[in-house]
Design a protein around this ligand. Sequence first.
Ligand code: G3P
Length: 221
Amino acid sequence: MELPTIIVNFKLYEQGTGDAALEMAILHEKIAAEMGVSIAIVVNFLDLEAIARRVKIPVFAQGMDPVGYGSHTGSISADMLFEKGAYGVLLNHAERPLEYVMLGECVSRARDAGLFTVVCVDSPEQGEVVKKYNPDMIAVEPPGLIGGDLSVAEADPAMIEKAVSELGRGNVIVGAGIRNGSDVRTSLALGASGVLLASGVVRADDPEMVLRDLAEALKRY
Ligand code: G3P
């Protein structure tokens, strides 16, 4: 995946599921193409195949189970996600946490299946712990700022610097409360390779305007 990047998680917001998810995905593809920047999206399992067939930007699943084919009722495997067109998988999100042993198994299975792995952590310290699983990227998101009005870039720039210095440049994206170009500029200036966000775009009155602002900041950096 091209870095730096903007990754937008559609979560289970009404504006980011079902028919609205497809429209939202097409908007993200349009802005990525028009502005020549790297934008990826993270979508609900039920929307993934239709979206992945329709857009060319990377489409991530919102999680998976640490299993292969077999007697696993209700489970989602990495192979299935890959077959359905997923580019990658977002793991251990604060809203879908995994025990470490499960997380390690998921990263390994996802990698074997050909998926790009982004593992979420709540701090640089937790990043140190999950680093041993060798995910492609670590997304550091202080849980208290998720979905709020204050971004991680405004509230805790020192944490971004620390994460980059401890986990390595090129390995870290940051998220929580990100909603404008200034947040993107600050995050990149502190060494992050991108941002992960959700409500700032998906719940915005004008998602296109916000996306353009974020993309402009990424492009100019
Ligand atoms: O997955 C991204 C997310 O947890 C951050 O959410 O709404 O603060 O951008 P939000």
